[in-house]
Design a protein around this ligand. Sequence first.
Ligand SMILES: [Mg+2]
Length: 267
Amino acid sequence: MVKEPEDLVDRDLLHLLAYIKRLPLPSDEVIAGRKIEFGEIIRHKTLIFDLDETLIHSKMVPPGAPQMSTFAQGGGAQSSGDNAQLSFEIQLPGAPPGQGRFLVTQRPYLRMCLEHLSNYYEMAIFTAAEQTYADLIVDHIDPERKYFRHRLYRHHCIKVAEVYVKDLRIIDDRTFEDMVIVDNSILSFAAQLDNGVPICSFVTTTAYTPMLPNNSGVDMMGMPVDQELHQKDVRIANRKTFQLTQLMDDIREDGEDEQMDDDEDDQ
Ligand SMILES: [Mg+2]
């Protein structure tokens, strides 16, 4: 049976939204105890990036594996227009011998994208990873700290059930209408669905497959964030583009979605 475009909604997404709908989000009292400030406002809008599977993919290096070559590590040699794969290793301090090594691969065109976006947005990292691990990676991506003015880590997340929620209410001196969070997991921005830009997970298991260049650094990461800059309230644009809130509202209270029932009827 031919389906209407609006019927082609991913079932995994609906399950995640049903889960979010039941998730007891942090109370104002909890948030009050977690507040931080970003300080001086240098741009109208703030772009907040997840790290793993959004900007990079990392995998643990098995004990005894040889060190990567200098060329493959890439160092800081990537120019803004460079499409070379830049993988590098990090070593967690204090890890037992042979352990704590991670091979990190940057999303293609990452630095070109960041270079472009940093002209227009205040940018921050918000990761559910531990600070030690995250800093090793972000220091490599942004050694001069010219892209990310702020870094938030696992201890800034609020654990709800088994989810580390990145609740934007903790950022006390920015408004919701001016914050966008780009994350490969919608669970991360469950507390403010309309502030989220869901991005396809970046995962690499083998050698790099080059991407063809597109017109802008933004497109290269598949993110429609350029449009956010021109919004008075980013939530309005996101609600229209991604329709996450609408989809969640349409899910019945018992957790079963009408659409999913219809799908099963068709089979
Ligand atoms: Mg992630």
